[in-house]
Design a protein around this ligand. Structure first.
Ligand SMILES: Nc1ncnc2c1ncn2[C@@H]1O[C@H](COP(=O)(O)OP(=O)(O)OP(=O)(O)O)[C@@H](O)[C@H]1O
Length: 254
């Protein structure tokens, strides 16, 4: 029996839903990640912190099943994650997305239903309802007929999150979702991510701004190819650790 997103924490007691053990990822000769272990559950917002090249994007892609791992394991609700499944939604960094692609906001959100419907089936009422709910949750109802390329950066981020919600993904893997957003857009996105976590989703995002870290996230993984620390943000964010993370060259750990 797979728990719905409303009860996913309650019935698991102390068992964590996402468990990563001794993960390593290499790109040909570059060792991008090593010895990464962490355990967390729905309801949390986890920040990945670290200097450029620390492996934050690589970890998001590895959890999403988008890059092969050299060793280690990833378990989601007791089952080994071997490849992409619809439980995971991955949002790439802004510059990796082709924003000129001709599609409306609603069209993009409907794409979240394709893993369920298959392209040959018609949209059911359930699919339409899921799309409507996702547009509503991300405050996009009035923008649904607009082209994606005509939106602001914050609105585009929300459209991609709405697609993930329509997909009914429980794990949201976001690569620098706050980068490039103005204050208002960042505040709105922060609030929406908080709601999604409270509803019982797990949010994992790379993040660069240590000042907003305690406001936007519950837990943090400090990464420099290897993990330097993982835990609640208020315990992790010590001056010693911050200077160790950002003043030490990444290559020193390789
Ligand atoms: N496709 C790739 N092929 C080869 N090496 C790669 C590839 N992608 C990333 N790397 C290397 O892996 C390491 C980790 O990169 P990654 O993008 O995960 O870091 P990051 O923490 O997300 O960095 P940033 O903050 O700059 O986005 C870096 O040394 C990078 O050069």
């Amino acid at each position: 029996m797979s728990p719905s997103h409303h009860d996913c924490c309650a019935h698991h007691g102390h068992h964590h839903e996402l468990v990563i053990r001794d993960l390593a990822v290499s790109y040909r000769r570059v060792l991008a990640l090593e010895d990464v272990s962490l355990a967390t559950s729905c309801g949390n917002r986890v920040a990945l912190i670290g200097p450029n090249g620390a492996g934050k994007s690589t970890l998001l892609k590895a959890i999403a099943g988008l890059v092969p791992r050299s060793s280690g394991s990833i378990e989601w609700r007791g089952t080994a994650v071997k490849k992409w499944s619809r439980e995971f939604a991955y949002l790439p960094q802004r510059e990796e997305i082709d924003w000129s692609f001709p599609i409306t906001v609603r069209g993009l959100v409907e794409m979240g239903r394709y893993p369920q419907t298959g392209w040959w089936r018609k949209f059911s009422t359930e699919d339409t309802d899921a799309v409507d709910r996702a547009l509503h949750a991300l405050d996009l109802v009035s923008l649904q007929d607009r082209q994606i390329r005509e939106l602001s950066g914050g609105q585009q981020q929300r459209a991609f999150l709405a697609r993930a919600i329509a997909q009914q993904a429980h794990v949201l893997l976001l690569d620098e979702p706050f980068t490039g957003l103005d204050r208002n857009a960042a505040q709105l996105l922060g609030k929406l991510l908080g709601n999604l976590a409270t509803e019982g989703r797990l949010v994992i995002a790379s993040h660069h701004d240590l000042n907003t870290l305690p406001l936007l996230f519950d837990e943090a993984l400090i990464l420099s190819t290897r993990p330097l620390a993982f835990g609640p943000v208020d315990e992790i964010l010590t001056p010693e650790l911050v200077s160790r993370t950002f003043h030490e060259p990444v290559s020193a750990t390789l």
